[in-house]
Write a new protein. Structure first.
Ligand code: FES
Length: 131
């Protein structure tokens, strides 16, 4: 199972919040968890855990209804795909990336360092319907 995934995005001033047990997900499963009233998606990608915003940047569908295959989650509404390791969109629709959150495993618990993001602009950057 995943070891601590701390990296340079971890802030020492912001606490980690336990969101579940280390074994709560099998590979390629996801879980919607609430932190500070916001929905976060925890993904088990081939045994590595990642935390992302649970909202597609195309048209705000919950990504928890989508399908996780390896490191890519596919939105259930229109099929946009995102890399859960980076938040970057991988379907080449020119969408905003997802917000990702630092995650670690401590004492058998999955912990997420949650910072409420600025209200993301859920829009298509290269909107084909404009201009
Ligand atoms: S809302 Fe996710 S692809 Fe459209």
């Amino acid at each position: 199972m995943s070891e601590c995934l701390e990296d340079s995005s971890v802030s020492p001033d912001i606490p980690f919040v336990a969101v579940g047990d280390e074994d709560m997900l099998r590979p390629n499963e996801v879980a919607e968890v609430a932190i500070e009233g916001d929905s976060i998606l925890v993904c088990n990608s081939e045994g590595q855990y990642y935390a992302i915003q649970n909202l597609c940047t195309h048209d705000n569908a919950p990504l928890g209804l989508g399908r996780l295959i390896g490191w890519e989650i596919e939105c259930s509404r229109h099929g946009a795909k995102f890399d859960v390791t980076s938040g970057e969109e991988s379907s080449e629709w020119l969408l905003q990336p997802l917000v990702t959150f630092p995650l670690r495993i401590r004492e058998g618990k999955i912990e997420v360092q949650y910072t409420k993001p600025e209200p993301p602009a859920f829009r298509l950057i290269g909107d084909r319907n404009q201009g």
